[in-house]
Write a protein that binds this ligand. Structure first.
Ligand code: ATP
Length: 937
């Protein structure tokens, strides 16, 4: 079998909700499952509402929440029956008020999905024809084109599986619709010749029965490389039109086992598989095969015309998926339930495993159903599952279970390929198979007829002998005898006819067999011819190849021979040249040997010379060593002195640093003191300001008092004026009175004058007092202003003094820092000088050891003179000591120091002096620092 167009195709799943049936309506069942769009099914039922009311604590959703099909077997009968009764109770309670048990939330309390989405969801109004055209038609058409197809209905009992698959009296189901389309498609494909075979199987109690042959029972499942999984011995009727198939379907239905259960009176307790096998090949080729065309070449595998397409279309109506307990089954029914559920349980397991993508072990072999449908589940088949459900609330759990099964199934992927048998091999195989089948059929038919014939003859012979024995028993028997005779004659005729029929059928079969054998032998002959032609071709190719190969070998041989000769010649020439070269080399070697001998004698002489030179050098080295020891001692001394001086300088420096720090501390303290003084002065100024403020307040008050006094004074003046007017009027009165009497007049006049005088005196006294007070205030204010001025001047002088001191301090600090830096530089220079002198001493030591003991004396002297150290030494001998300025400027110039060290004692003194001068310089610098710090103080 060849596989073409290999493609992944997921199993298509749709759900069909049937309308409530009469039984459910009579029980006032509520329809809870609804469709949203054309691919979603949902419910608003909240199982927890039942839980809450259920005092026994049975959880109706506990089994459905478990997402595998185990619930089919594991759930206890009591829990499910109690659920049913509870649901009914609930339904009755809530009849007319469904809202109480409907939850508006999308998920109920137990996490059971409230909605599912599939490829399609069909509501109560959807027709089977619509489902067929949308979900199945393409599979049927594909099956005619060589693809395997499977359509099966899954659901609880009475959910409408049979209604969907087989239909009813008035409405055709998927199977008849498929049969129609198979033949329609065939009629639309005239270029291919088809052979259609139909088988109808039933799986009941895990036993496979042939529904087309009631005698054919307990069939076995076999597996074959070419056929795949098949049912051995299953009747396969060849059909050529729709009516024939429909009749076969009817025959099968008639034979089908029906049982009555509580749930559905005509409930099917078995799974049925209606299988249509479709084979097709090119019409032209088929015609030629039929005509036994000898020129027909079937050997070309690549010719698509010779392809034989082979496919099966399985139309499966499963038994109810409800639980055993729900059927209230007993005895035989319970056994049926268990067997049905074994198949369905395994189907669930297979679907679960496949949906998990777990292809390691799929338990197809655990049940007959899954074994037969193996290719439909995860194999080579286009598959559609139609899940039928009832919307009734009382079957909520079953519907949930069906939907979760469907939900798992939708994720399964099949690998779909066209099945084809190619070329003559396929045809041969097919013919052989057909031949074998015909042969076996013929044989069984012959034996059956023979047996029947024998049985008949025996039977009639028995009857005849019986009749003969009773021939003379009574006269009345005569008539009977005659009728029997007649009957015997008739039967004998029948027998003859049967014998003739069997003879003719045998002849016909013989002819057919001959024809087939002839076709077979011609095909075999054809194949043999092709094989021998191929063999001949093959041998020809091999001979040609051999010849070519030998020629090539010969050519290679000659070319190799030539190459070998050339190489030998080249080798001999090379050998001669090498011989000549060897001779030249030998003579050259001899010359070299003579030269070498001469050189050797010269060398010996030279060695002797060098040895004497070595002795001289050794004595020189000894003297130099002594000198060097002395030098080392001097350097050590200088080093010690420098060290002690350095230590002294360091001590002084630390002392200076310490003093500096102390001075800075004192300066800080002074600044703090000045700061506090400044603060107290500021406090004084602020208190003075406060005093001025109080004085000015007082002044204000006094001014106010003065204003009051002035006001009083004005009042007094007006009073005086009034009194003066009174006086005038009094004077006028007195003049008038004077005319009346002299004494009274003078008395009152004097009184008045006295009063005026008193008042005048009081006023002048007040005026004096005011001026005095004014003067005193003015003085006080002047004093205060002066004091403030003084204090402000004092403050300003303090501030200027402080800032100048601060500036000086900053300057001193900067100077101090520079001095420190200089000190550090000096220190590092001294260190560097020390290291450098040390290094030079070591260098000198090294150089004093002769580098080549064989160097002649004069060369050795030169080498001593030419070392940079000895040159320095010479320079030092010639040069005058550098000035102090230079030394300070250069710091511890390494060459200067080394010169001092490597020269004589005078130079050492010079070095010491330089060092001391440097130290003096250091101390002068320290002095400068100290002076500056004193200044800061
Ligand atoms: N979609 C539908 N429209 C109308 N009636 C339906 C529909 N589906 C099913 N029925 C009716 O419901 C009853 C039960 O249906 P059916 O026999 O097809 O169920 P089933 O699932 O095959 O049951 P079982 O598993 O017992 O064979 C039948 O009388 C059928 O006519």
């Amino acid at each position: 079998m060849n596989e073409l167009n290999n493609a992944k195709d997921s199993i298509k799943v749709c759900v069909r909700i049937r309308p409530l049936n009469e039984k459910e309506k009579s029980r006032n069942s509520v329809s809870i499952w609804k469709t949203a769009s054309n691919n979603t099914i949902y419910h608003h039922f909240n199982p927890s509402s039942i839980n809450n009311n259920n005092s026994s604590g049975n959880n109706p959703t506990s089994s459905t929440s478990n997402n595998n099909n185990n619930n089919l077997l594991s759930s206890s009968a009591s829990s499910s029956s109690s659920l049913s009764s509870l649901l009914l109770q609930q339904q009755q309670q809530n009849n007319g008020n469904n809202n109480d048990i409907m939850s508006s939330s999308n998920n109920n309390n137990n996490g059971i999905p409230t909605s599912y989405t599939f490829d399609h969801v069909y509501d109560q109004q959807s027709s089977t024809e619509l489902i067929y055209s949308e979900m199945c038609k393409h599979i049927v058409i594909a099956s005619v084109r060589g693809y395997n197809g499977t359509i099966f209905a899954y659901g609880q009992t009475s959910s409408g599986k049979t209604f969907t698959m087989k239909g009813s009296k008035d409405l055709e189901g998927i199977i008849p619709l498929s049969i129609r389309d198979v033949f329609t498609t065939i009629s639309q494909t005239p270029d291919r010749a088809f052979q259609i075979r139909v088988s109808y199987l039933e799986i009941y109690n895990e036993i496979i029965n042939d529904l087309l042959d009631i005698e054919n029972k307990k069939l076995k499942i076999r597996e074959d490389l070419s056929k795949g999984v098949y049912v051995e011995g299953a009747t396969e009727e060849e059909v050529s039109d729709i009516q024939q198939v429909l009749r076969l379907m009817e025959r099968g239905e008639h034979n089908r086992h029906f049982g009555a259960t509580n749930m559905n009176d005509r409930s099917s307790r078995s799974h049925t598989i209606f299988r249509i096998t479709i084979e097709s090949m090119d019409a032209e080729i088929a015609k030629r095969v039929m005509e036994d065309d000898e020129n027909l070449d079937m050997s070309s595998d690549s010719d698509s015309n010779t392809r034989v397409l082979y496919s099966t279309l399985n139309l499966v109506d499963l038994a109810g998926s409800e639980r055993v307990s729900n059927t209230l089954a007993e005895g035989q029914r319970l056994k049926e339930g268990a067997a049905i559920n074994k198949s369905l349980f395994t189907l669930g397991k297979v679907i679960s495993k496949l949906s998990e993508g777990n292809s390691a072990h799929i338990p197809y072999r655990d049940s007959k159903l899954t074994r037969i449908l193996q290719s439909a589940l995860g194999g080579n088949s286009k598959t559609v599952i139609i899940c039928t459900v009832t919307p009734a609330l009382q079957y909520f759990e079953e519907t949930q279970s069906t939907l979760s099964f469907a939900n798992r199934a939708k994720s399964i992927q099949n690998s779909v390929t066209i099945n084809e048998i190619l070329g003559d091999k396929a045809l041969l195989k097919k013919l052989k198979k057909e031949n074998a089948e015909l042969k076996s059929k013929l044989l069984t038919e012959i034996t059956r007829l023979e047996k029947e014939k024998k049985e008949c003859i025996r039977h009639y012979e028995e009857k005849f002998s019986l009749l003969q024995s009773s021939q003379f028993s009574s006269v009345n028997d005569e008539q009977e005898k005659a009728s029997l005779k007649k009957l015997i004659q008739e039967k004998e005729k029948d027998l003859e006819w049967i014998q003739a029929l069997s003879k003719s059928s045998q002849q016909r079969l013989d002819e057919e067999l001959k024809h087939l054998q002839h076709t077979l032998s011609s095909t075999i002959e054809n194949s043999n011819q092709t094989i021998s032609a191929m063999k001949f071709e093959h041998e020809k190719i091999i001979a040609q190849f051999k010849q070519d190969h030998e020629q090539e070998l010969e050519r290679l041989k000659t070319s190799h021979q030539q190459k070998l000769e050339e190489l030998t010649l080249q080798l001999s020439q090379k050998y001669e040249v090498e011989q000549q070269q060897q001779q030249v080399l030998n003579s050259h070697l001899h010359e070299v040997e003579c030269e070498l001998n001469k050189h050797m004698t010269l060398l010996h002489e030279r060695i002797k010379e060098l040895e004497s030179c070595k002795e001289d050098l050794e004595t020189q080295i000894q003297t130099l060593n002594l000198e060097h020891l002395e030098h080392e001692k001097t350097i050590q001394m200088a080093h010690d002195t420098t060290k002690s001086t350095l230590e002294h300088v360091q001590q002084e420096l630390s002392h200076l640093t310490h003093t500096h720090e102390q001075e800075i501390q004192t300066l800080r303290e002074t600044i703090e003191k000045l700061h506090t003084e400044n603060q107290s002065k500021e406090f004084e100024i602020s208190s003075l300001k406060e005093a001025i403020d109080s004085l000015s307040q007082l002044l204000k008050e006094k001014e106010e008092a003065m204003e009051e006094l002035e006001y009083d004074f004005g009042m007094l003046q007006s009073q005086v004026k009034q009194q003066q007017q009174q006086q005038i009027s009094l004077e006028l009165t007195s003049s008038a009175l004077s005319r009346e009497g002299g004494e009274n007049k003078s008395e009152s006049h004097s009184n008045l004058e006295e009063l005026v005088q008193q008042k005048d005196a009081y006023i002048s006294q007040l005026q004096d007092e005011i001026t005095l007070k004014e003067q005193a205030f003015k003085r006080e204010i002047d004093d205060a202003v002066e004091r403030i001025k003084e204090l402000e001047e004092e403050k300003e002088s303090i501030v200027t003094g402080m800032s100048s001191k601060l500036e000086e301090m900053n300057r001193l600090l900067v100077e101090n820092k520079t001095l420190h830096k200089q000190n550090e530089e000096l220190k590092s220079k001294i260190e560097y000088g020390k290291a450098r002198s040390q290094r030079l001493i070591e260098e000198r030591k090294r150089k004093e050891v002769p580098s080549h003991p064989l160097t002649p004396r004069h060369e050795c002297d030169d080498s001593i003179n030419s070392t940079p150290c000895s040159q320095e030494f010479k320079k030092c001998k010639l040069s005058t000591p550098p000035s102090l300025d230079n030394v300070i400027h250069q710091g511890s110039n390494s060459s200067g120091l080394t010169t001092g060290v490597s020269s004589s004692n005078s130079h050492h003194h010079y070095f010491m002096n330089t060092s001391l001068e440097k130290l003096e310089d250091c101390s002068s610098l320290s002095m400068m620092t100290m002076n500056k710090e004193n200044k800061i103080n």
